[in-house]
Design a protein around this ligand. Structure first.
Ligand code: C2E
Ligand code: CA
Length: 552
């Protein structure tokens, strides 16, 4: 068909049509009853010609019968002049006779300068749009789910960057994105004919290895570890980053794809929590752990529902740095579930955080600790209680108000209360955090930086926050007796002198035996804490200790 329409034959159309190979172009000169489809559209959707009468139904004929009404309704509004915009999604046959989802966006220019009514638009294949990840250019998980693996065998490997959340909170999203892009490039370089890389969202990447055995996978993982070695060396930062992986063999009898992914996620989670920087193959051990975490999750939810039944605070003495007399305690959370009775804070607090329930439980901890302090003040007078707060809790709306409400209600001596910020992190919003801490400090509450010296950001936090106490983590302390005046000793000594200069109280944690006590006491900290004095104990046992010491 020869076209008379000038717009359909314009150079601009030609240029646009040949530039777009994944977007399919059409232009209609309504008055001339002529429509031109780009060559790629004609080819991909098997249309009879590049030029067709506008009244031709060649395009409509290929639309899925279930979607044709959607198309017609929208198109009718264009023809009747009710709307100038065409926008809908439907399935259309491609040249292989397969229905694919497309999105069509078009616009009508009525009576333009050429004196014609022009309707032009672009059709995009949704499958194509979902094929590549926008940040890394890797295939998306959508593409993986569409892959046909019948008659193939091999391994799936799910890789995650360790502590990635911390990278985001410490260095911000744009740096974290650069890390992801860099890692993707490295993975792409390592891939070959028998492996494909997919971005699986967040910091996770899925690799499919076909025709491989377990030994090959271990070798591949070694290569990945090697490639990830200097991943943190971006923008002149030199952060040490590691990656962990989970792996599952396929095909596995009776497994559907969701089950594979679930098993992979659990294998990766086990690698991340128990052996960072390693690969964990799915096994009975992973399956048992998977079941334990499911029970944990369910039991924790039930406990919260049952008015925190199963949760309890234990108290570990805080002793004077010279006299070793008990001056207070740190409240530490304990929990026993219906089925899981032996969970420790490092395990169940992580589940609470992942499920967003740490806020509710954190409020319970805060309230219980303050009410306990009120009770002890009546009995013992001078006594301190500290409790732990994670950054996540602190940033929650109303958290400081809640603390102040309980303080007002119990009328405690606020100088006896210590709020410990448990995790060190890059503070995205220093002003907000500063204001919140200042409100507590103005109310007389003491503020402790926990685990000082273990994160990059300890000094940054110290600069921002009005800390009154610094707690030195037990990893520096535990082996002092064996190691003598090594780096740990120097670090503790320097943090203690920093505390003195800043007029902060110091707490040295992890004092496990008499030798360490002697070394620490000679360094003159304000307080000590550790198994040598007592493990964390229940309320009654703590009171017994205190009664004995205070002759009550
Ligand atoms: P943390 O705040 O550093 O608490 C001190 C941890 O060190 C406690 O472990 C305590 O039992 C342990 N510890 C005390 N003395 C010694 C010692 O001499 N040697 C050794 N090796 N360890 C000692 P726990 O109770 O298992 O708590 C672990 C972590 O869980 C706490 O670390 C804290 O970060 C978190 N946590 C505990 N309770 C709460 C809570 O109520 N809220 C929040 N957000 N976190 C909590
Ligand atoms: Ca603590």
């Amino acid at each position: 068909m020869n076209s008379k329409s000038s717009i359909l034959n314009s150079k601009l159309y030609e240029a646009l049509a040949s530039a777009s190979d994944r977007a399919y172009l059409f232009v209609v000169d309504i008055d001339a009853n002529e429509c031109r489809w780009s060559k790629s559209t004609v080819d991909f959707f098997d249309l009879p010609d590049e030029f067709l009468p506008f009244t031709s139904t060649a395009w409509q004929d290929g639309i899925h019968p279930d979607d044709i009404d959607v198309f017609n309704e929208d198109f009718e509004r264009i023809l009747s002049g009710q709307s100038n915009t065409h926008h809908c999604q439907y399935r259309r046959l491609n040249k292989h006779g397969k229905y694919i989802w497309v999105e069509c966006k078009g616009h009508v220019l009525r009576e333009d300068k050429y004196g014609s009514n022009i309707f032009a638009g672009i059709i995009t294949c949704l499958d194509n749009r979902n094929k590549y990840d926008a940040l890394t250019g890797l295939y998306t998980s959508h593409e993986f789910y569409n892959r046909d693996l019948t008659n193939e065998y091999g391994y799936f490997m799910l890789i995650g960057i360790d502590n990635f959340k911390k990278v985001i909170s410490s260095y911000g999203y744009s740096f974290a994105d650069e890390v992801l892009v860099e890692f993707s490039r490295k993975l792409m370089k390592l891939s070959n004919d028998s492996s494909t890389v997919y971005r699986f969202g967040g910091d996770e990447f899925l690799l499919v290895f076909t025709g491989c055995e377990k030994e090959d996978i271990m070798h591949e993982f070694d290569n990945i570890l090697y490639a990830a070695d200097n991943l943190g060396a971006i923008r002149n930062k030199n952060i040490s980053l590691s990656v962990s992986a989970g792996a599952v063999q396929f095909p596995m009898a009776d497994s559907d794809i969701e089950e594979y992914i679930n098993n992979l996620e659990n294998s990766l989670d086990m690698a991340k929590t128990t052996r960072k920087g390693s690969i964990v193959f799915y096994s009975q051990e992973v399956a048992d752990r998977q079941l334990r975490i499911r029970y944990l999750r369910e039991d924790l939810k039930q406990s919260i529902k049952d008015n925190f039944n199963g949760f309890e605070l234990f108290y570990q003495p805080l002793v004077n740095g010279q006299t070793c007399k008990i001056e207070g305690c740190e409240a530490l959370l304990r929990w026993k579930g219906e089925r899981i009775k032996d969970s420790y804070p490092g395990e169940f607090i992580k589940v609470l955080e992942d499920d967003g329930n740490i806020r509710l439980v954190g409020k319970f901890v805060m309230e219980t600790a303050i009410r306990q302090l009120a009770e002890w003040e009546k009995k013992y007078g001078d006594i301190r209680v500290s409790f732990n707060i994670s950054y996540q809790q602190f940033m929650e709306d109303g958290f400081v108000d809640n603390i102040i409400d309980v303080i007002n209600d119990t009328k405690i001596d606020t100088s006896h209360l210590i709020a410990e910020l448990t995790e060190s992190c890059h503070v995205e919003n220093p002003e907000t955090l500063q204001v919140m801490f200042q409100r507590l400090k103005d109310r007389g509450v003491k503020i402790a930086l926990d685990d000082f010296g273990t994160a990059y950001s300890s000094l940054e936090l110290l600069k921002i926050l009005p800390a009154t106490h610094i707690k030195i983590e037990h990893s520096f302390v535990r082996e002092l007796a064996e190691k003598g005046h090594d780096i740990d000793y120097i670090i503790i000594d320097n943090i203690l002198s920093l505390c003195k200069k800043l007029n902060c109280s110091s707490v040295v944690e992890g004092v496990e035996n008499a030798e360490v006590e002697k070394i620490i006491r000679a360094m003159n900290p304000t307080y000590m804490q550790g198994y040598h004095f007592s493990r964390p104990v229940c309320k009654e046992d703590f009171e017994k200790m205190l009664d004995k010491e205070r002759g009550m």
